[in-house]
Design a protein. Structure first.
Length: 291
């Protein structure tokens, strides 16, 4: 089941993708507002549990938005693929001696499919990171790894766009580890740096989140091609760890890290007019341009 948030007749609404009798895509409208309200009310996501449709509309007649444009929390996992860790010269990570490296991204970084991502004036080194994103379906604290997938509502295609350097227009001690870390973190926060979509795929359609391909192309040229099987920490481990640190709530999103192939490895970065396409398994292709 594929669920969408969209704008129709000047208002934000949500619905379920269906196929019309002529084979074209249509949306069965379920209610007003984004999918956040639905996730608060319905878990697990099954067709039988959904509210009755309030009509149908051609997919071409609505403007898709990020499925969850303002989640309570948008978490992301850094350095969660060994080949991404080592592609820029860092040593491999020893999983037995570390924990998942989670950080928060602001809601203002979220955009939907087709949205333009503005290049910030604080960086000339803006990069891409194709990622599987996980959507939490029920309120949970201290969930075990063995039960963690049971609290997942569904999955999204996502892109953790990143500024690899920060230039604030004055000299700073960038050799200082604290300065470096906070520059790295700020490089994740810019407007438009968390594209999500095009839709939320319910968890029942993804029996194994560790068996999904992850691909990204820039202007039609494949730059990343990996698999979620190569994550250092699995989806279940990420969810379990996050729930030890904080309460997870319906609609919270966790980006799970990126495989190798980022621009920082070769010194090639995004420029105005570039188009990124991200595809994660059967979750749909997310397209965004840079402006």
């Amino acid at each position: 089941m594929r669920l969408v948030t969209y704008r129709r007749a000047g208002a934000v609404r949500h619905g379920r993708l269906v196929t019309g009798s002529d084979g074209t895509g249509r949306v069965a409208e379920l209610g007003d507002g984004d999918l956040g309200g639905l996730l608060e009310a319905v878990f697990p996501l099954t067709e039988d549990a959904l509210p009755a449709a309030k009509g149908e509309h051609a997919l071409a007649d609505v403007a898709l938005l990020a499925p969850l444009p303002r989640p309570g929390k948008l978490l992301a996992a850094a350095a969660n693929y060994q080949d991404h860790v080592t592609e820029t010269g860092a040593p491999p990570l020893d999983k037995s001696r570390i924990s998942p490296r989670l950080f928060l991204k602001p809601a203002s970084s979220i955009v939907g499919p087709g949205a333009e991502i503005p290049l910030p004036d604080i960086s000339a080194e803006v990069d891409w990171e194709a990622e599987l994103a996980v959507v939490i379906g029920r309120r949970v604290r201290h969930v075990g790894v063995e039960d963690a997938l049971d609290v997942v509502a569904g999955y999204l295609t996502s892109n953790d766009v990143s500024a690899r350097s920060i230039d604030l227009g004055y000299e700073r001690d960038t050799e200082d580890k604290a300065v470096w870390f906070f520059d790295w973190l700020a490089g994740k926060w810019c407007d438009g740096f968390a594209p999500l979509g095009p839709w939320l795929v319910s968890a029942d359609e993804v029996p194994d989140p560790q068996a999904l391909s992850v691909e990204l192309a820039v202007n039609g040229v494949t730059r990343q091609r990996g698999s979620t099987k190569d994550m250092i920490f699995t989806v279940a481990e990420l969810v379990a760890h996050a729930s030890r640190v904080m309460t997870l709530e319906p609609g919270d999103v966790i980006q799970t890290g990126t495989p190798s192939g980022v621009g920082a490895a070769t010194g090639e970065y995004l420029a105005s007019g570039d188009e990124m396409t991200v595809t994660v398994g059967p979750l749909g292709t997310l397209r965004n341009t840079v402006s």
